[in-house]
Every structure is written in C-alpha cells, then in structure tokens.
Design a protein around this ligand. Structure first.
Ligand SMILES: C[S@@+](CC[C@H](N)C(=O)[O-])C[C@H]1O[C@@H](n2cnc3c(N)ncnc32)[C@H](O)[C@@H]1O
Length: 369
C-alpha cells in the first residue's frame, strides 16, 4: 500500500514524464500549418476539411485536433452534427504564422534543433558539453560554426530569436529609462528584433547592430523591417574586432552562451570601449538568488548546457562579472516575465574629475563629483 499522497505524486511524475508529448503536439500542429489553415478559413472546419487542406490522414488529423482542443490552442464548435475546429485567442495571437506576435519560428526551432540536442541531455551532463556532435554530427569547438552549420539553420535561428522580442522586447527595454543613451550598440544583435523595439521606444537613439558578418548579411537580406534609418549594422567578432563607439552596449541573450572566462573577456572589452558614464545593459533569463528557480530559467540553463558553452546566471553572478570588468552602479530589474535587465555603468575620472554622463531614471546631464 502506498502513502495517501501517492496518487497525486504519481500523477505529477506522469505529467512531467510525458511533457515531451505535449511539446510534440504543438510542434506538429505548427509544422503542419493547422493554425494557419484555420485562420484562413472563413469559418470553423471539421477534421476532414482540415486534413484535405493539409494533405494529412483523417485519423491522425482528428487525434491531433482533439488534443489541441484539450490543450486550449483550438476550440470546438458543434455544427450539423459534426465537430468543427477553430483557433482560440491564444493560437490566433501566437501560433498563426502571419500574426505579428507569432511564436511559430521559435516552436519550429525548438522542434528541429533544440529537441534533438535534448535527446542527449544525460550525455551532456556526463561530459559538460553541448551536443551538436551527437545530434547533428558537427564539431562544436567553434560554437557559432556549429549553431550556424548551414544557411538554413542560421536563418531558422535568427527567425526563432526574433519571435521572442516581438512579445517581450518592449517590456525589457523599458525596465530602465534608456533615453539618455543616444548611441546604442546591440552586440550580438542578430536579426535586429531588439534594435527595432529600441528604436521605436526611444525616439532619440541611433542603434547599431553588431554581429558576425554572415549574420549581418542575412539580417540585411531577410529582415526587411530594418529599413528604419536610425538602425545601422556593423560586422565583426566581438571577441577580436574593435567595438563601435556607443553610449550604451546591449548584450541580450549573449552572455548566457559563454563561460565565465569568455564573459569576463567580453565585458572587459566593452568596458574599455565605453566612454565615461557609458553603460552596458544585460538582458537574460535570471535565476533566483539561490539558483534553484524559476523552473523555466533552470530549464534554459540546461538548454545552455546542451546547446552552448554557457549557462543562465543569478543577478549576483552577473554583478560579480560586471564588477570584475570594472563596471559600477549595477542595477537589476526583473521585468515582468522571464527576462530581466541589468544596467551597469562605467564611471571615470576625466581631467581629474569623476564624470557620470547619464542618469538612469532620467537624463541627469553631466554630473561632476
Ligand atoms: C543567443 S544569440 C542572441 C541574439 C540576440 N541578441 C537576441 O537576444 O535575440 C547570440 C548572438 O551573438 C552573436 N555572436 C556570437 N558570437 C559572436 C561574435 N564572436 N561576435 C559577434 N557576434 C557574435 C550570434 O550571431 C547571435 O546573433
């Protein structure tokens, strides 16, 4: 006989163990275009009509659609004795490809890349390394050569990462008033999704997207919204090449890719490039102070294990890295949602006076101590 709490404990275990099936339902529905077909139809469709439009089997389609209903990403209507399916508000907003807030590319990236690396989690824990060699047969000594192992992979990665900022970008950038910083450089700025949000939130700023040459070229070619004149590009390697002049450097989801040693090197380079009073804004999924939550940040940290050389960190761990690089006045805001923002500044003596050029809550002008 088990204890009275056993059924609940077992059902929790069961739910966790089968979590991957839920992910696969979403991945398959996205991949097949279920939500798109329903968004395009003038009214709710029965399973047969969905199967015909998707070119899928009746049996499989009906099972998938019914599971989507239970997951609340589809709704059911009765019509002429048939079950008719339609999108819910959740799927219309986040799972239809044409929605401006669509997360479809992220789901497809999770399905086609992340999921395959997670199949080797136990091995990643054994050897403390990402799993591109096991999952894709590519060497991973150069991390982004493995991540960008083909043009298609690079584009899928860029599209996936863009989806996140279309939903969370504004909130994260509003965690601090960044309006005093006029020249902003988004290091590892990828497709420019965050740069776009930054330019729209802070009318007076000029944003430079700094990234590897192939990424910048792909951003120019495929992400047309970047016709905005306050957004520019700079190709380079942030570990080796000179960094563009800027008042503020953004590092969004960059440090989590790298070891403490590589982060320290990058932050030291940024500190050197920073003018007096200049700053660095780190945007990452922040772990709780003891590192034991929230669960999503812990899972992301394991994701960094299977896919990168880094990890997610606590605010204190970022403070330590920033302080070692010479930054001071470190402030942390856990913006609502998963991502948090940490702003740190470089104070400096200028002509024998200590100068801080920028206030955080508002523009303070030049303050001399
Ligand atoms: C995890 S992605 C984050 C992208 C973007 N900041 C975001 O939050 O969506 C890391 C970015 O760093 C860029 N990157 C990696 N190594 C780099 C290097 N050595 N120099 C410049 N950019 C680099 C990648 O191309 C990629 O765009």
């Amino acid at each position: 006989m088990g204890s009275p709490g056993e059924p609940a404990a077992l059902s929790l275990l069961d739910e966790c163990a089968r979590g991957f099936m839920v992910s696969q339902v979403l991945f398959a529905a996205c991949e097949l275009g279920v939500f798109d077909v329903l968004a395009e139809a003038p009214q709710a469709l029965d399973a047969e009509a969905v199967a015909t439009r998707l070119g899928t089997s009746s049996r499989g389609t009906e099972l998938l659609l019914d599971t989507c209903v239970t997951l609340k990403v589809l709704r059911l209507e009765a019509g002429g004795g048939k079950a008719l399916y339609g999108n819910t508000e959740l799927s219309s907003t986040y799972l239809v490809r044409s929605s401006p807030r669509s997360q479809c590319n992220m789901l497809l990236y999770l399905a086609r890349t992340t999921y395959l690396c997670w199949a080797h989690l136990a091995q990643a824990v054994r050897d403390g390394k990402n799993q591109y060699p096991a999952a894709f047969g590519v060497p991973s000594d150069e991390l982004f050569t493995a991540i960008y192992r083909s043009e298609g992979e690079r584009l899928q990665f860029m599209r996936a990462l863009q989806d996140v900022w279309s939903v969370h970008g504004r909130r994260v950038l509003a965690a601090f008033d960044l309006s005093p910083f006029r020249r902003i450089c988004d290091l590892g700025g990828c497709s420019g999704a965050l740069a776009k949000e930054c330019a729209s939130l802070y009318a007076g700023c000029q944003v430079t997207i700094f990234d590897l040459p192939d990424v910048v070229q792909a951003a120019r070619k495929h992400f047309l919204f970047l016709e905005e004149e306050r957004i520019g590009f700079h190709e380079g390697d942030f570990f080796r090449d000179p960094l563009p002049d800027a008042d503020l450097y953004i590092l969004a989801r960059v440090l989590h890719d790298w070891s403490d040693e590589a982060c320290s090197r990058l932050l030291a380079r940024i500190h050197q490039a920073c003018g007096p009073g200049g700053g660095v804004l780190i945007v990452e999924a922040l772990l709780d102070a003891d590192g034991r939550g929230p669960l999503t940040a812990q899972l992301y940290s394991l994701n960094m294990l299977v896919q990168t050389e880094g990890r997610e960190r606590t605010p204190t761990q970022y403070r330590t890295l920033l302080a070692a690089a010479g930054f001071s006045d470190v402030r942390c805001q856990r913006a609502q949602g998963l991502y948090g923002a940490i702003l740190a500044r470089k104070s400096a003596f200028n002509n024998g006076e200590m100068v801080t050029l920028y206030g955080v809550e508002g523009f303070l002008g030049i303050v001399r101590y």
